[in-house]
Design a protein around this ligand. Structure first.
Ligand code: AHR
Length: 337
């Protein structure tokens, strides 16, 4: 499966200087095409970095990276270009969860194994392995934490605004479904749920409009990623709405990137449900198993934690499993992505 790639110039020099090379200058490199969603969030930056750190020439790889700028047509074209270039493996983080069977059949026909990361593909199983997060569990966890927190604080009525992620993304679908399931279970009111496209600008724009339309009517805001939460905080501050542990509005977020956790530690975000972007080492494991003729797991779940400001709610039970809530400390922030 490996293609022969001759290293020259800077790459060769760098390897020689490093002195710890795992491939020689003339050894085969494994070519990996990665069709990344885009660059919309801190999470996405960390995901890209994770692949760039792992799939290096020093580690025996040549990475062909495409930032698809959240455009599904660009992503399909990127995959087709990888087929044309005859790469050894294709990694896809699918912008949307449907519309994949034709192009995955083309990959299969070309004999190129596909590894899906992060978001899921829901209308085809023509990929070797998926490495990512259970988004519905994240949504369920946010809901169960909110229930326990509201009970502990004596808050009886919850009027909730949701800022969703990008439409059609499995991360959006799962978090929305999970949280709504809990909202329905406890009879909460979801006043509105609109997309902020997983961006800071999107979160700010939606929150500005919510602050006007629902002035004085809401006491919970759920942002489906940290960058949306950053934008929502700016909009609430500008509108004179207080949020966080000492505010009138409980603010919930997902991702738990470094900046997100800093806001949790400061008490501005009440709870942040981690989505772990560092999938590349697990993807490499899958590739190495395939290289060795072994059959990798079809699904690999990333390890994730739920973060809070304090221990008001020490643990929650999601789908029958008790999960500890982690109070953010300096060490945790420093170690985060
Ligand atoms: O698919 C993962 C989601 O996409 C992350 O929550 C978000 O930050 C990213 O843009």
């Amino acid at each position: 499966m490996k293609k022969r790639v001759l290293l020259a110039g800077a790459a060769l020099a760098a390897m020689t200087v490093a002195g710890a090379m795992t491939v020689s200058a003339e050894e085969d490199l494994i070519t990996v095409g990665f069709a990344q969603v885009g660059h919309e969030s801190d999470w996405r930056t960390a995901s890209t970095q994770s692949c760039q750190d792992v799939f290096t020439a020093e580690n025996g790889y040549e990475l062909v990276f495409v930032d698809c700028d959240n455009d599904s047509a660009v992503q399909l074209e990127a995959v087709r270009n990888f087929i044309e270039q005859d790469v050894d493996y294709i990694i896809i983080d699918p912008i949307v969860s449907t519309g994949w069977d034709t192009v995955l059949t083309e990959c299969e026909d070309a004999g190129i194994p596909v590894i899906v990361i992060d978001r899921t593909i829901d209308d085809s199983d023509k990929y070797v392995s998926w490495v990512g997060s259970n988004f519905k569990t994240e949504g369920l966890a946010a809901g169960e934490w909110l229930k326990a927190y509201a009970d502990a604080k004596g808050i009886e009525e919850l009027n909730i605004l949701v800022i969703e992620g990008s439409t059609g993304a499995s991360a959006t679908i799962g978090r929305t479904e999970g949280f709504k399931e809990i909202a329905d279970k406890y009879g909460w009111t979801i006043l509105d749920s609109q997309t902020g496209d997983f961006t800071q600008d999107g979160g700010q724009e939606v929150m500005e409009s919510y602050c006007k339309s629902y002035e004085g009517q809401f006491n919970v805001v759920v942002c489906q990623n940290d960058n949306e939460a950053f934008g929502a905080m700016d909009a609430m501050t500008a509108a004179g709405v207080s949020y966080g542990v000492d505010g009138d509005v409980i603010l919930i977020s997902f991702d738990a990137c470094t900046a997100g956790l800093q806001y949790v530690q400061a008490g501005d975000i009440n709870a942040d449900f981690e989505c772990n972007p560092l999938a590349a080492p697990f993807v490499e494991e899958v590739i190495q198993q395939l290289e060795a003729g072994e059959e990798p797991e079809k699904e690999v779940y990333m390890e994730e934690h739920w973060f809070v400001y304090d221990d008001t709610v020490p643990s929650i039970t999601v789908d029958g499993t008790e999960m500890e809530m982690t109070v953010v400390t300096d060490e945790i922030v420093e170690a985060q992505y």
